[in-house]
Design a protein around this ligand. Structure first.
Ligand code: FEO
Length: 394
């Protein structure tokens, strides 16, 4: 794939990874992804914004050659993670005069992770600018739009904001710009849920900054460019808000059907109370789908049989993932079965301590559930519906 024109003197020079199915050996990528890099040429300077993952760096270098880049003045690095920084050493070797422009924290991380020589940097503090000859780049630190060193780069004259990971989507598509917002919404929500959600409380001020800048385009390092930024900005405003929906996410598994019988009864009772139920059987779960459902839900239900004295390891893993992603769920319930005792409730609650959930009484059953146990599950559904109502969740 050759470079593609974004507007006069700005090109997309990154790569599309159609085949990648896992990121960080953890995050499912059912639609692949892209590693977006951008080139800006003015009468005086040539600037590359970010690079690509090392296995595809030849494609980036090829694109620079296609654009007849004989000299590269600056390489602006918005994020030190290797899918965007990993080709920096190869670019610096190809263009010995190029200087890496970034903030102090990102500089230090690039030195640590990639051994970029310290004398190759031009450091910019938050809000500082760089004149690139009739055009201006301005740099805004935006910590934890994945890692602590992340920043945005603003091309003022063209009103393009390069946001690094922020607002991206793991979506391999031939579309350079968003064409189908509904399709991109799904990919962007998955990306937010899997990567950005733990840091959501910081994002309000970044969205305010972006509103102030008023970009005509937002170009992230993953997924297509947004020619209508309001689409993704509005979605983020909703996802990061404290508002939750009248939904219960149920993550469960069962070994000998006791837990399954209980959960199916609870699901039906929740539906009877008009609660939307999102169910994930943990024996074959896409963690990304679970993460997406956790973005909005008011209640999380974890259900598991007891293995030895604790939850089934798959339930513990789901709890650990939910704890790390820090969704805004307010209420929690634990349902399960046991043969002779155990500490499952305490262990699952400890594994989800980040979530600060208000817990309903657990429903733990010895062996196969009896009529009384089903009645207790109906009472649990009623209690969940009641707390949703009291909290004004609709
Ligand atoms: Fe796309 Fe945090 O790297």
């Amino acid at each position: 794939m050759n470079p593609r024109t974004i507007c006069d003197n700005v090109w997309a020079v990154g790569t599309i990874d159609w085949d990648r199915r896992l990121f960080d050996e953890l995050i499912p990528l059912p639609e692949g992804t892209s590693y977006n890099a951008y080139l800006i040429k003015t009468a005086e300077k040539t600037v590359l914004i970010d690079t690509v993952d090392p296995p595809v760096q030849e494609q980036l270098l090829h694109n620079l050659q296609q654009l007849e880049v004989d000299r590269l003045d600056y390489l602006a690095s918005n994020h030190a993670e290797q899918d965007h920084s990993g080709a920096i050493p190869a670019v610096l070797e190809t263009y010995p005069e190029a200087r890496v422009v970034t903030n102090p924290k990102c500089r230090d991380m690039l030195i640590d992770h990639l051994h970029v020589p310290g004398d190759r940097f031009e450091v910019k503090e938050n809000g500082e600018s760089l004149d690139i000859g009739g055009r201006t780049l301005q740099f805004f630190t935006a910590p934890f739009v994945h890692w602590p060193e992340t920043q945005f780069t603003w091309l003022a004259e063209e009103k393009i904001l390069f946001t690094g990971d922020f607002l991206g989507s793991h979506l391999a598509t031939s579309a350079l710009f968003v064409e189908n917002e509904a399709e991109v919404y799904v990919g962007a929500k998955r990306y937010y849920a899997e990567i950005m959600m733990p840091f959501r409380k910081m994002f309000g001020k970044y969205l305010d900054l972006i509103d102030e800048l008023g970009p005509e385009m937002i170009a992230s390092t993953h997924g297509p460019i947004y020619p209508r930024p309001a689409f993704i900005l509005d979605a983020y405003r909703e996802w990061i808000s404290e508002d939750v929906k009248n939904e219960a996410v149920i993550a469960y598994l069962s070994m000998h059907d006791s837990t399954a019988e209980m959960i199916h009864h609870l699901i039906n009772a929740l539906i009877d109370h008009d609660i939307r139920v999102k169910v994930h059987n943990l024996t074959d779960v896409d963690l990304g789908e679970l993460a997406i459902d956790l973005v909005d839900a008011a209640t999380l239900v974890l259900a598991s049989p007891t293995v030895l004295v604790g939850p089934h390891p798959s339930a513990a893993y789901a709890a650990l993932v939910a704890n790390a992603l820090k969704p805004k769920a307010r209420f929690g319930a634990i349902v399960g079965s046991f043969g002779w005792g155990g500490k499952m409730v305490e262990q699952l609650q400890a594994l989800t301590s980040n979530l600060k959930l208000e817990w309903f009484d657990p429903v733990m059953v010895k062996g196969k559930p009896r009529p009384d146990d089903f009645a207790t599950l109906e009472a649990l559904a009623e209690a969940i519906a009641g707390r949703h109502r009291e909290a004004g969740i609709s």
